[in-house]
Design a protein around this ligand. Sequence first.
Ligand SMILES: Cc1ncc(COP(=O)(O)O)c(C=O)c1O
Length: 366
Amino acid sequence: MIPLFDYQRQWRERQSEIMDTIQRVLNSGQLILGAEGRAFEGAMANLIGMDHAVGVNSGTDALVLALRVLGVKPGDGVITVPNTAVPTAAAIRLCGARPVFVDVEPDTLLMDVEQLKKLNTQGCKAIIPVHLHGLMVDMDPLLAFARARGLAVIEDCAQALGSFYKGRPAGSFGAISCFSFYPTKNLGAYGDGGLCTTRDAGLAKALRQQRMYGFDETPIAQVDGLNSRLDELQAGILNLKLKYFDADMQKRQSLAQRYLEKLDGRRLQLPTRPAGRTHSWHIFAVRSPFRQELKEKLAARDIITGVHYATPLHRMPAYQDLGYEAGDLPVAEKAAAELLSLPLFPEFTHEEQDKVIDTLHEALPR
Ligand SMILES: Cc1ncc(COP(=O)(O)O)c(C=O)c1O
């Protein structure tokens, strides 16, 4: 079987180091907010080129905490795209705020700043650009728009660790930027994990308070807070995996390059790569009007593919009260019917990849 993702291959390769890490953490006497977490936060701040990084329990929590400390209150609008993972909108709703969806560009499938300009932003406090699949949103016009309208920018970098825009890394543009270490991510934990980055010491302090019941140094709640901490075991595993991050990213790049060279771009729409941006290839997604047929034919040959994402958020039952209808966000809706994610992960072999490519070509209508 060719999976879409398989952490067990990596686990088998690095088992002894991972077990050593687990043992070290368990022997340390500290399971929550200790040396591993601090080391990881330091390494991440360094990697993204930001002054502060705050580890939290998940990418969803990273977004919730970011919205809370940036002052998003119940009833406020938060602009984002409909073609993202559910947690982007779930985080907005958890703050009692209202997702305001804007359509995406037809080629990149990323937030369309021209569409943004047509939006009524009254009552909106923040904007969450999502670097979908690992390609960054066109940040210069987006930041200019946000500045002009007084909107706080929160980057959703869950899929974009390792991506760059004009030489600057994902996570270095927003007032706060949010990362996920869900196991399938470019840097994946062996459980849940997330992180916020910021340049602002005040925001970093507020994020630290939020993740720990609203405490400062003493166990006195200064503000309303919650419990969202990156535990020491996950931080230890992430510290270890950071050592392999560059090598893993190179493997992703070269596998993506092979797909781009070998797949028939006349019969399949391949991912676009605008000048000045590098792709982190968290997901390699092609587009075809025959998506379902292709998916089934690949599955018949034991090749597992994915769809990121099949239903735009405004068409999901949970968000019907927002009042959107089919056809309101046509670019995202069309893409949702056509996208197909192909297997791509660092341990994926060329032999497997060639089988995916050949099977896909055979399955495509002539
Ligand atoms: C775009 C996006 N945002 C947010 C998240 C939420 O991250 P997590 O699953 O760690 O809560 C994810 C990952 O699932 C994601 O892909």
